[in-house]
Design a protein around this ligand. Structure first.
Ligand code: FAS
Ligand code: PHB
Length: 387
């Protein structure tokens, strides 16, 4: 096969890129190793930044989002004895939306702008440093296939082959592994809060998020290597109640049936550059952030908005300027979001170190009492303009 843009990976980055390119009249083919059902049902991020909502709306993907999503003015920051609301709209004029990545993915699959080839295997990228790059793969029927393209977009997440298609001598990686993971649950119970609660507690961080008026999403800091078998539902709810302050000032956490459980290790990772020859990386293929800042999905969207503009100028206008600047421009936002995610993670997660604990409390008191501190957090959480 031949296409203009070969996209590896049908997660939010790959599918949104194909949608934006299609709106510019540019053909693409998306190769995906999983099934359509699997990709459309994965449970991941839950928060869309102001700019992400604006971009999805402008791309014709905002109808269900605005009908079924929930706009939030801000978040609660909490530590034992204190709970403070940060109002992003008052502070920055920008809100955030609760609309699960699963729903974004469904909207993108429904838009299906490009041909998506699911259930592929042995995906390999070739000649990315030349002007005739191509991808080989095995299709669902076991047949060997080749896809020639003008450009390859590596949108294959943290475990795909695109990262390594950049020669080792041409790439630099940065990584930080955190000494804890998140145990996440989905529960069929109405949220016990109107907006997200980020709670610092000596026994560990807890987050109360949600997906809808009847589905809650909650997380607990646990040690790396935690075995879910050690965490029956009752133990999870008891620990969440303790860390979130159940019973304080009349607030109660209402438990309910747990429908999904997972443990997510936390790390920061960045690979530079995000472009090599005719290969462009976007989303988790280029960077990973700990989910404490709710940046993973939003960063993928920001990359793809920029990449869509760059490839449109290159392939329709013959103008390489934006493509040549893509990596530097995208990495400026990547490092801003990487820093913010690291800062939120180190401010809120128990490390057992008493010096850390005092620094955390000092930072929390500052961002909940100083307009400058609160605005800094709000600006980063609600998200800076994409372009
Ligand atoms: P994705 O990983 O979503 O998509 C990459 C796609 O490429 C996948 O469909 C994969 O199957 C495919 N692929 C991989 N190898 C391939 C190959 N060889 N050939 C073809 N296709 C291939 N972010 C938050 O903000 N909040 C959260 O709570 C949160 N929770 C997360 C939980 C988990 C378990 C994970 C892994 C991530 C989580 N994230 C969270 C981050 C997540 O939302 C990512 O930022 C987001 O999915 C990035 O989208 P993509 O870059 O499209 O990568
Ligand atoms: C979620 O709802 O899954 C979620 C929300 C905020 C975060 C991380 C995850 O920081």
């Amino acid at each position: 096969m031949r296409t203009e843009v070969a996209i590896v990976g049908a997660g939010p980055a790959g599918l949104l890129l194909s949608h934006l390119l299609a709106r510019a009249g540019i053909e693409s083919v998306v190769l995906e190793t999983r099934s359509q059902e699997y990709v459309a049902s994965r449970i991941r991020a839950g928060i869309l930044e102001h700019s992400s909502v604006e971009l999805l709306t402008a791309a014709g993907l905002g109808e269900r989002l605005r009908a079924e999503g929930h706009e939030h003015r801000g978040i609660y920051l909490q530590w034992p004895g204190e709970r403070h609301h940060l109002d992003f709209v008052d502070l920055t004029g920008r809100s955030v939306w609760v609309y699960g990545q699963t729903e974004v993915q469904k909207d993108l699959v429904a838009a299906r702008a490009a041909e998506v080839v699911y259930d592929v295997a042995d995906t390999r990228l070739h000649d990315v440093g030349t002007d005739r790059p191509y991808v080989t793969y095995t299709d669902a029927g076991g047949a060997a296939r080749r896809l020639d393209a003008a450009v390859i977009a590596g949108c294959d997440g943290s475990f795909g082959p695109s990262r390594a298609a950049v020669p080792e001598a041409a790439r630099q990686t940065f990584e930080r592994v955190y000494p804890h993971s998140w145990l996440g649950i989905l529960a069929d119970v109405a949220p016990s809060t109107d907006e997200l609660i980020y709670a610092r507690h000596p026994d560990g961080f807890a987050l109360h998020s949600m997906r809808s008026p009847t589905v809650s999403r909650l997380y607990l800091q646990v040690p790396n290597g935690t075995d879910l078998a050690d965490w029956p539902d009752a133990r999870i709810w008891d620990e969440l109640a303790k860390r979130l302050g159940h019973g304080r000032d009349g607030w109660t956490l209402t438990p309910g049936p747990v429908t999904d459980k997972s443990v997510l290790p936390m790390r920061s990772f960045v690979q530079t550059p995000m472009r090599y020859g005719r290969l462009f990386l976007a989303g988790d293929a280029a960077h990973i952030v700990p989910p404490t800042g709710a940046k993973g999905l939003n960063l993928a969207i920001a990359d793809v908005a920029r990449l869509g503009d760059a490839l449109t100028a290159l392939l329709r206008g013959g103008d390489p300027t934006l493509a040549d600047r893509y990596s530097d421009d995208a990495l400026r936002r990547v490092w801003r979001c990487t820093h913010f995610s690291w800062w939120m993670t180190t401010m809120l997660h128990a490390s057992g170190d008493p010096f850390d604990a005092q620094l955390q409390l000092s930072q929390l008191r500052w961002v909940t009492s100083s307009a400058a501190g609160a605005t800094g957090l709000a600006e980063n959480y609600a998200g800076l303009p994409i372009r």
